[in-house]
Write a protein that binds this ligand. Structure first.
Ligand code: SF4
Length: 381
């Protein structure tokens, strides 16, 4: 096995309130945000991870959540200063901050830029007031406009808009209007996800009426066409970018690169070539429990080596989300498993029209992208 590129994910787990569809590790803030305490715990967590990655350059940092923009620019600055001191953070590293409109009152995006953030991912979801209300979002169209204007004033020229479609009661016209409005904001990247009802959410307990599969498919197809016509390239199932603006951090995940994950509930994956192993490390989920645990010892809930079947499954699960697919000569360096061990499963997927194979690459067909669950099932351990 060989060392792949390394990224750093930082989980900031609080939100103003919990959205009814959300199954992320996010928690409504009760009282004052324990921001400084949490930042100190993150630095401690990172220090404890260092022996696993000594000397390796870090190509990207992603502050995800939750709502990272609830943390002040000074707190993000403290974290980035600590990272520069502890890690070999590349001078041109991509540093993304997730932000939600309506949560940046305390600091403008210029202040985050001065701290070292050079990419924003804005959780817009929809521009329609009634859909935003149904989704339990705290913002309206006006806050989106203000956030986009603040990003542009800050000089951060690389920003993503997150959109959702197939919302309760949504029409095709409304879904396409959201795509057109997002394009008009002139972002470098748009991520577009279909709303799905996940277990352990308020929507699961009280399901809203969603558009049927045919209508959702039309929203997906026609929205995709609008994005292509506007010059965005669909490089992953849900991700569209202008040339040169793919999310480097996420591309590293999808190529089965390594990542440290610090903060409550964060996942990490680190390759150890000398042991022919990949280690999965997962933190305790609850922020208060995690802060206590990391201060007095380890905040880990799980730390184990993946077996060969899991490594192969994760490798294909991630890479086949990308239009570029899988470079066949990367399987062995990234998983320790030779191509011959999967060739029969690959042949079955090719026979079904889900994948296309040539001498060097395996790529998903349009059918394979549409039925990605079926493709993934073929590589289950
Ligand atoms: S803002 Fe995002 S992370 Fe927070 S509850 Fe809503 S969907 Fe979840």
């Amino acid at each position: 096995m060989e060392l792949p590129p390394l990224s750093l994910y930082v989980h900031l787990p609080w939100c103003v309130r919990k959205c009814p569809y959300c199954d992320f590790n996010s928690h409504a803030v009760k009282g004052e945000l324990p921001g400084d305490e949490y930042v100190n715990a993150l630095i401690l967590d990172l220090e404890k991870e260092l022996p696993l990655v000594w000397g390796r350059p870090v190509h990207s940092v992603f502050f995800g959540g939750g709502t990272p923009s609830l943390f002040s620019a000074a707190q993000i600055d403290t974290l980035l200063c600590a990272m520069r001191g502890l890690l070999r953070l590349s001078p041109d590293a991509e540093v993304t901050l997730e932000a939600n409109p309506g949560t940046i009152e305390h600091d403008s995006f210029s202040a985050y830029r001065n701290a070292g953030v050079n990419r924003i991912s804005l959780g817009v979801q929809s521009f329609d007031e009634s859909h935003l209300a149904d989704l339990g979002r705290i913002h309206g169209a006006q806050e989106i406009e203000q956030s986009v204007a603040s990003i542009k004033r800050s000089g951060i020229d690389n920003f993503n808009i997150d959109l959702m479609f197939a919302l309760p009661g949504q029409s095709l016209k409304s879904a396409l209007r959201d795509v057109r409005t997002a394009i008009a904001c002139n972002p470098t990247h748009i991520s577009r996800y279909q709303l799905t009802i996940e277990p352990n959410t308020a929507f699961h307990a009280n399901p809203p009426v969603l558009p049927d599969d045919d209508l959702a498919w039309k929203m997906q197809q026609q929205g995709g066409r609008l994005l292509s016509e506007a010059g965005f390239d669909q490089y992953e199932i849900s991700a569209w970018s202008r040339a040169g603006f793919q999310c480097r951090h996420n591309v590293n995940y999808w190529r089965y690169g390594d990542f440290l994950g610090i903060g409550a509930g964060a996942h990490g994956k680190v390759t150890i070539p000398s042991e022919n192993a990949v280690r999965r490390r997962i933190r305790q989920r609850h922020p208060v429990d995690w802060m206590k645990a990391v201060t007095h010892g380890s905040g880990l809930a799980e730390d184990r080596k993946l077996d060969a079947g899991e490594r192969v499954f994760e490798f294909f699960l991630n890479q086949l989300r990308l239009r570029e697919g899988v470079l066949k000569n990367q399987l062995e360096p990234r998983t320790g498993v030779a191509w011959g061990a999967v060739s029969e499963r690959v042949r079955r997927a090719v026979d079904k029209g889900l994948l296309r194979e040539d001498n060097t690459r395996l790529t998903p067909t349009e059918l394979g992208w549409r039925f990605s669950n079926e493709v993934q099932a073929l590589f289950l351990p």
